[in-house]
Design a protein around this ligand. Sequence first.
Ligand SMILES: [Zn+2]
Length: 85
Amino acid sequence: MDCKQTRKWLTAQVDGELGVTEMIAIEHHLAVCAECNRLFAEQVRISSAMKNMPLISLRQLLLRSASRRHYLSRNRQHIPQNAGP
Ligand SMILES: [Zn+2]
C-alpha cells in the first residue's frame, strides 16, 4: 500500500470502518512511513476531540436558527430605513 491509498483510508481506519485486510495493509504502511503515521495521529486526535464535543440535535439547531432569524427580523423593524446624514 502506498501513501496515497493510506491517506485516502485514514479516516475510515480511525473510525473502524475498514475490513481486516485494509486495516492490516494500513498498519503495515504506518509502521514504515513517518508522514502517514503523523497524519494518522492527527486524525485520531481530531476524531477524539469531535467525540468529546457536546451533541446537538438537528431540531435544536433549527430552533436556534429560527429563533435568531426571528430576533433579527423583529429588531430590524426598529432601525430607521433612512437613518444617516
Ligand atoms: Zn505513507
